[in-house]
Design a binder for this molecule. Sequence first.
Ligand code: KG4
Ligand code: ZN
Length: 352
Amino acid sequence: MTYIEAAKNRAKEYLSGKNQIMLAIESSCDETAAAVLRGGREILSMSVHSQIGIHRKYGGVVPEIASRSHVERIGDVVNSALSEAGLTLGNVGAVAVTYGPGLAGALLVGISYAKGLCMAQRLPLVGVNHIAGHIAANYLTHPTLEPPFVCLVASGGHSDIVLVKRYNEFELIGKTRDDAAGEAFDKAARALGLPYPGGPELEVLAHLGNSRAYAFRSEFNARPTLEFSFSGIKTELINVMHIAKQRNEEVSRADVAASFQRAVVEILAEKAVLAAKLTGVSALALAGGVSANLSLRETMRSRAKQEDIAFFAPDTRLCTDNAAMIACAGHHALLTGRLDDLSLNVEPGLGL
Ligand code: KG4
Ligand code: ZN
């Protein structure tokens, strides 16, 4: 029997509910991650190796170094996900892997490893879109959530407003015209002298400041459309820091951080709620690394409530890159007929 015939048979077993153990691998950026899920929504284990410490001294992710670190870690990360779940490779029913969007070399490590496992064990292989993975993190936290809903995906590389029509059917209905939300947080944090990745550091500093100290505003975002922009407010923040330095004046970094965070959060919350209203859905979800931001979660929750829209966000541990969300998205992709062969390749610029 050829590999693909065997994989199709195993996929049928998975679909019949006989063995719904999904092993997933995620390596699109600076986290090497693996996870095991049962039945698409029950997390048996999660293993993540973060490269933050490695890239911090460069102020951002260095793609070559990321790929090398993935190669060094992936075997251990997959093995520890399996052993934490109390399973071996022989128990796995299918393998999901992120194939884009992300860094080409980094993605290639995960894909190659997944293909090796599938070939050796004759397992079905499912390629997963990283953004669909972030959205699926919500299903893991909220077992009753199902499409249709609107999801704001705010990560380091994306700020997308997505209409989730079905588990595997998406429509991009809004996006940033320049920086992604996480990118804006990271650049602002850098201007404030905070280490990479700046988002979480900026949030901590913002707690100590007055969010009304500066009015970071951009006319572009006042239009009632689903397109938004962060470059204006980011430039305003950089100017505040610059001018203070030139004049040798003291500036409260906490006030700047708090005001910047408020500006970004207001834009995101406003546009996401507007999207839910325009599409007429009754549920709004949040996803991506920036969804770990408490101010964003709380602001979206209260704005959604005012409009009678239900609000969902993933558990904090599922907000940033992980493989449980990839396993969940992979489960739904397999259920709706996706099955890849060993020619699956990376797609660094993959859209939804
Ligand atoms: O989704 P993610 O882990 O990786 C990508 O797919 O990009 O998102 C990482 C981004 C980084 O820009 C990071 O600064 C931001 O999410 N981030 C945050 C917070 N936690 C992570 N931004 C604001 N507040 C946070 N608490
Ligand atoms: Zn991500």
